[in-house]
Design a binder for this molecule. Structure first.
Ligand code: ADP
Length: 404
């Protein structure tokens, strides 16, 4: 076993994913997920080296902190031989705000900056902070080797004309209200993988990366750098999502509050948790369920059609930012990787920018990188998302630098 492994922690509000990775060989040794559904907390850990799976169920673990402690206890108890070779812990952090523009070794100053950015990611950053604090205490020998890798970092190359909102300028200078984007770790991974598969150096690569999952975002990447992205101050802006509304006229909020008397907290809940394809269909936020009903339920069809139309519009809009050359369009994320119907409906509206689908290739689903374009088209690729590899490599690089 390699002596230099990285533990990656990806803490969402409803689940915690963790992996032990060899960042150089890009091999995952251990992959785990803990989530609480109704009154049961379940844990699954796959050991790829021994080809074994651990499955445990617990009474609902009440606090998030206890959930993280549980993970560390199990790792220490049952996966000690891997943990002993871990040289750093990489934490995915959704929002780094204006200040945290690249991955950082965590210290009390960085913790305070992550805390400051919680206002822009209330469903994510507070959970990251809890996990980081447990990690710092539980594995003392790695205390100085916890690294934060930010989903906003890749988008720090956005030019002002992309990241500024057309509101009075002082809201940016005084309160840092601007577009930050999200999913940056995966958009960066997609950029690296595209460079390999298209045989083009990153600094010459012009692509549009479509991360379509329960949260969705599109990024315009020119010369390997993010120049525009659909998520904004928070991950609520942009595409229609599972439960999030994406772009809407802000006047809807005034109308709901002033005319309908809905409290501002309730409006926030409606737009983040009860909207998107769930809100339109009243059926589900799970695209698999909506697809099953696509031909038999008008609202299921409508919600998917609205989702796809918005994606096509963003892609065509971003094609205008490509400085005259679009090298590829990439689909990634749970929907982008798996749904041939949704890819078909999106790409069907892109003929004007030279995108045409190969129907048979699009129907394949082999969990691998694949081209799905026809011969006359610009390349269209499906690339499975892999944030963990980037988090592991960034953590490894920073830890090695600080040891030397
Ligand atoms: P997250 O944003 O939480 O990381 P994922 O990228 O894993 O989410 O995407 C989850 C979404 O992908 C869910 O809405 C799920 O329904 C959708 N999805 C997964 N598999 C398929 C499929 N075969 N067809 C359509 N949608 C799918």
């Amino acid at each position: 076993m390699t002596k230099e492994l990285i533990l990656v922690l990806n803490c969402g509000s409803s689940s915690v994913k963790f992996s032990i990775i060899d960042p150089i060989k890009e091999v995952t040794y251990i992959d785990g997920i803990v989530e609480t559904v109704n009154s049961v907390t379940s844990l699954i850990i796959k050991n790829f080296i021994k080809n074994k799976k651990l499955f445990k169920k617990f009474d609902k673990v009440e606090s998030y902190k206890k959930l993280i402690i549980l993970i560390f206890d199990i790792l220490i108890d049952q996966y000690k031989n891997y943990l002993n070779n871990v040289i750093g812990i990489g934490h995915r952090v959704v929002h780094g705000g204006e200040y945290l523009k690249k991955s950082m070794i965590i210290n009390s100053f960085i913790l305070s900056k992550i805390q400051e950015s919680s206002i822009f990611a209330p469903l994510h950053n507070p959970f990251h902070l809890l996990a980081i604090n447990v990690a710092l205490k539980k594995i003392l020998k790695l205390k100085n080797f916890n690294v934060a890798v930010f989903d906003t970092a890749f988008h720090h190359t956005l030019p002002k004309e992309s990241f500024l909102y057309a509101i009075p300028y002082h809201f940016y200078t005084d309160y840092s209200i601007r577009r930050y984007g999200a999913h940056g770790i995966n958009h960066f991974y997609i950029t690296k993988q595209s460079s390999i598969f298209l045989k083009k150096p990153i600094f010459k690569l012009n692509i549009i990366s479509c991360h379509l999952g329960s949260g969705s975002s599109i990024t315009a990447i020119v010369n390997g750098k993010s120049v525009d992205t659909s998520m904004g101050l928070t991950p609520l802006e942009g595409l229609v999502m599972g439960t999030r509304c994406g772009d809407i006229d802000p006047s809807i909020i005034f109308y709901m509050v002033k005319k309908l008397g809905i409290s501002i907290d309730k409006v926030q809940k409606i737009l983040t948790e009860n909207s998107g394809v769930l809100g339109i269909s009243s059926i589900s936020n799970d695209f698999r369920k909506l697809e099953e009903k696509y031909n038999i339920n008008k609202k299921a069809k409508l919600s998917i059609d609205i989702f796809c139309r918005r994606v096509s519009k963003y892609i065509c809009g971003y094609s205008s930012l490509m400085c005259g050359r679009l090298d590829a369009i990439i689909f990634t994320g749970g929907i982008g990787e798996n749904s041939s119907l949704i890819r078909y409906k999106i790409i069907n509206k892109l003929s004007l920018i030279g995108c045409f689908l190969d129907i048979d290739k699009n129907l394949k689903n082999n969990k691998k990188i694949m081209f799905i374009n026809s011969i006359k088209s610009i390349p269209i690729l499906v690339i499975p998302a892999n944030e963990n590899q980037i988090i592991a490599k960034e953590t490894y690089d920073l830890v090695k630098k600080s040891i030397l």
